[in-house]
Write a protein that binds this ligand. Structure first.
Ligand SMILES: Cc1cc2nc3c(=O)[nH]c(=O)nc-3n(C[C@H](O)[C@H](O)[C@H](O)COP(=O)(O)OP(=O)(O)OC[C@H]3O[C@@H](n4cnc5c(N)ncnc54)[C@H](O)[C@@H]3O)c2cc1C
Length: 512
């Protein structure tokens, strides 16, 4: 590790490019920079390994909900996936394997948390404070993840609970739930994987549901050894298979973003699944969603509804009024005794704590800017007021239908080209022009107006507190890729590292 190589626990050094975070985004970025010959870069990662989401989410049943063939890097296809929807250990092993194969681990500093990043206009550097000392960088790349910071519900009395309480993304493997009375709070993507995994072994499971999700069939199956052989040895087959999955998923954009009534096709499939898997009419009524499919994230599962039908599982739809030392009290006055509570209430998405730590050119944090102006960026990759700072999975890059790795790779190409452009042209600073960013967002929000996320009748984490959809990309993903093909210098204000700098001045130009 670099920290060991430097021989000190508290670092202070300058690098050309500093990446923060090493999930799919940061790791992919590091590999790309290495491939284009950038040597002076580092990756800071607060965890003890690469993997991000897949290092942290170790709850029972954790698995991807986009087929692994697509939910993997295009430059590192894996013919060995054991099944179509891989489980967390296999995905984490894949990411670790990619880090090893591309030899970028020695560029990482693990257990190193960025606590503050501040733009210094005088030096044109980012000053980055971390748990292992201070770094300065010409270019900062934030890859801190969008679903990374557990969102803990503010429920009265939760701190007084005497049993185990933990978030799905911080699963307590010391807590043996066998034979225990367990409450699961939340019915999102993680909860629907947890519930069927633990229901058979707990004494009782109370599932606290605020909103019933739409569920689609999960076409999950193991790959045969013949299929894996073909993937590995017959050129092009795996890529073709992957392209087929991509195209099928991309078709959903028509209903999601362009013509929501088309979502009725998927809604019909989901209703049929609900009818066939939930025979008890009272339970079915409880778990029937009251909004158009796609408005909230569509979930895929074959074993969630059957788990809800078990004798030891109860779906509680009354809100939680209070948590006591050994029980949960709902708004109807009912009190249910419980030994452990699993909080599966998702993540801080539009209010990520990371935004409070990044301070731009005018001394405001990203959190302050977003609070005042709403969460906006340019191509999800840059934000006006934050020179030489790039984002992976910034505003409006999220998806409701396919692999986010496709978007991440599109951004990696764009940011890598930005770094190359900065180096080739001797640029000192690049900062997206506010008018360009505003115009980009007007178009984007215009497209979202008719989308199912804005019109489908639900409240979701896709929307910020102003009701704006600041998380999702409202079009086909290949259009995003096309848009980010090249770093578009004219969209940015630039300053150059001219010879004048030596004399203490700098020239400011808008490069064309
Ligand atoms: C349970 C779960 C299942 C999912 N399944 C799918 C799926 O099937 N398909 C799909 O497309 N997407 C899925 N996602 C979304 C998933 O987050 C992305 O697919 C992808 O993993 C994001 O990668 P990332 O590198 O951008 O972020 P992350 O994987 O979140 O990585 C961010 C990294 O940054 C580090 N970090 C954060 N803050 C700091 C700091 N201040 N200092 C230093 N390091 C920091 C974190 O420790 C982490 O390692 C899922 C998410 C979850 C939670």
């Amino acid at each position: 590790m670099v920290s060991m190589a430097l021989g000190s626990d508290r670092e202070s050094r300058h690098v050309h490019v500093l990446i923060v975070g090493s999930g799919f985004s940061g790791l992919g970025m590091a590999i790309r920079l290495a491939q284009q010959g950038v040597r002076d870069y580092l990756v800071l990662e607060r965890g003890n390994d690469v993997g991000g989401t897949w290092r942290d989410n170790t709850y029972p049943g954790a698995a991807c909900d986009v087929p692994s063939q697509l939910y993997s890097y295009s430059f590192a296809l894996n013919p060995d996936w054991s099944r179509s929807f891989s489980k967390q250990p296999e995905i984490q092993r894949y990411i670790q394997g990619v880090a090893d194969r591309y030899g970028v681990r020695d560029k990482h500093i693990f257990d190193c948390e960025m606590t503050e990043a501040r733009w210094d206009s005088d030096t044109a550097h980012w000053q980055v404070h971390t748990s292992k000392g201070t770094f300065t960088a010409d270019i900062l790349i934030s890859a801190v993840g969008a679903l990374c910071e557990p969102n803990l519900p503010d429920i009265k009395g939760i701190n007084t609970f005497q049993g185990k309480v933990f978030h799905s993304a911080r699963w307590d493997h010391e807590a043996d739930l066998t034979g225990k009375r367990v409450a699961v709070i939340g019915t999102g993507a993680s909860a629907i994987q947890i519930v069927p995994s633990i229901a058979p072994k707990v004494a009782r499971l109370d599932l606290y549901q605020r909103t019933a999700p739409w569920l689609l069939p999960r076409n999950d199956r193991p790959y045969t050894s013949a299929e894996r052989f073909v993937f590995e040895h017959v050129p092009g087959v795996q890529r073709l298979y992957r392209a087929g999955i991509y195209a099928a998923r991309e078709a959903q954009v028509i209903g999601l973003a362009k013509f929501p009534p088309a979502m009725l096709v998927l809604e019909t499939i989901a209703r049929a699944k609900l009818r066939s898997q939930v025979r008890d009419s009272r339970l079915r009524e409880k778990v029937t969603p009251n909004f158009r499919i796609g408005c909230k994230r569509m979930l895929v599962s074959n074993d969630y509804y059957p788990a809800l039908g078990r004798d030891n599982v109860d779906v509680v739809t009354d809100g939680i009024a209070e948590i006591r030392a050994g029980s949960i009290v709902t708004t109807d006055g009912a009190e249910r005794e419980v030994d452990a509570i699993v909080v599966a209430t998702g993540f801080h998405v539009t209010d990520s704590p990371a935004y409070e730590t990044i301070t731009g050119r005018d001394g405001r944090t990203l959190a302050e800017v977003f609070e005042a102006e709403g969460q906006q960026g340019y191509k999800g990759s840059a934000i006006a007021g934050y020179p030489n700072l790039f984002f992976l999975l910034g505003p409006n890059v999220g998806l409701g239908h396919t692999s986010i790795v496709y978007m991440i790779e599109s951004q990696i190409a764009y940011i890598a080209d930005a770094v190359a452009t900065i180096d080739r042209r001797g640029l000192r600073t690049v900062e997206v022009r506010k008018d360009v960013q505003d115009s980009f967002n007007r178009t984007l929000q215009g497209k979202l107006v008719r989308s199912v996320w804005n019109t489908g009748g639900c409240a979701s984490w896709y929307l910020d507190k102003y009701g704006n959809n600041t998380t999702l990309w409202p079009d086909f993903t290949f259009r995003f890729r096309k848009l980010l093909e090249k770093f578009d210098v004219p969209a940015y204000e630039t300053t150059t590292r001219s010879r004048d700098i030596e004399a203490g001045a700098e020239s400011k130009v808008v490069a064309g």
